[in-house]
Design a protein around this ligand. Structure first.
Ligand SMILES: [Zn+2]
Length: 150
């Protein structure tokens, strides 16, 4: 399992091994950004994402969540349709844009199967869940960096 390294501006750079990440923490070139709180590696909680401290003048007090993209929504939902659990190749706006739903909100978008008239995307169309008689199998959430990069 790799550890994702973010640069100081929180852009993902690359992944390194856990021992490598811990050496970065010991040398104080990186700080833990997300960790597996239940697991220890030496004195440290098992890091999942570390953040470079170089060039950082002011330490980030609150970490920013990943920004929204269609690809990231599919990744967050493991390419599984939020309505039927099948393979997803598109995204659906839970509250349609035509009904005032947010276009780029993590909480209003889910992975969805599409491409045919029987797909969930086609079945739902521009309707609300209640109107379409459909239910979400998962609750949309703001993903962690680790979710998107594992
Ligand atoms: Zn589906």
């Amino acid at each position: 399992m790799g550890v994702l390294v973010l640069n100081a501006s929180l852009e993902p750079l690359h992944t390194v091994s856990v021992p490598h990440a811990v050496r970065m923490l010991i040398r104080e070139v990186a700080e833990i950004h997300e960790a597996d709180a239940g697991t220890k590696f030496g004195h440290y909680p098992l890091p999942r994402v570390v953040r470079l401290v170089r060039y950082v003048v002011m330490k980030w007090r609150y970490s920013r969540p990943p920004s929204w993209t269609r690809r990231a929504v599919l990744k967050r939902d493991n390419h599984r349709c939020a309505y039927c659990g099948g393979p997803a190749d598109t995204i659906d706006h839970v509250v349609p844009l035509s009904r005032g739903g947010a276009r780029t909100s993590w909480l209003n978008t889910v992975a969805c199967c599409g491409g045919s008239a029987r797909s969930c995307n086609a079945r739902k169309g521009n309707r609300l869940l209640s109107e379409a008689g459909m239910r979400l199998l998962v609750t949309p959430h703001v993903p962690t960096w680790a979710e998107l990069c594992s």
